[in-house]
Write a protein that binds this ligand. Structure first.
Ligand code: CU
Length: 141
């Protein structure tokens, strides 16, 4: 029983320190009037760095909901670093007026649930049920 408890604790420790969060660096290229990519998908808890590169004029990138902003000049990249602690779909838009179609320069940040968290939870649940069932099975035989 003590061994099983130790195993659960070790798994929890590894789960929390390694698997629940991932470092994600995404390079977004901005040019009149679009972003490439215009869809960024991460998981909740990820440490996200968005590097913004401009291919023509000065552009910005503002993330709704997170309230984060950066600017990129041609040859001088912008950068945003944050922890994706809110799930959902958030639009990001250009925060520097760059031309007539500037209001349409948008993309989406999608923060999904942390599947790894549930996966670890499931493993721990299986171990707990297993450890409870073994003494019962032994008693029967
Ligand atoms: Cu722009």
């Amino acid at each position: 029983m003590k061994k099983i408890l130790a195993l659960v604790l070790i798994l929890l420790f590894f789960g929390i320190s390694f698997s629940f969060a991932e470092d994600r660096t995404i390079t977004v290229k901005a040019k009149k009037f679009s972003y490439t990519p215009n869809k960024i998908e991460v998981n909740k808890g990820d440490h996200v760095t968005i590097r913004l590169m401009s291919e023509d004029v000065t552009h910005g990138l503002f993330i709704d909901g997170y309230g984060l902003n950066t600017k990129a000049h041609p040859g001088s990249d912008g950068s945003i670093s944050f922890v994706a602690n809110k799930t959902g779909k958030y639009a990001f838009r250009c925060s520097v007026t760059c031309g007539e179609f500037h209001p349409y320069m948008v993309g989406n940040l999608i923060v999904g649930p942390n599947h790894r968290f549930y996966f670890f939870g499931l493993i721990i649940l299986v171990i707990c049920i297993g450890s409870a069932a073994i003494p019962l099975l032994k008693r029967k035989s």
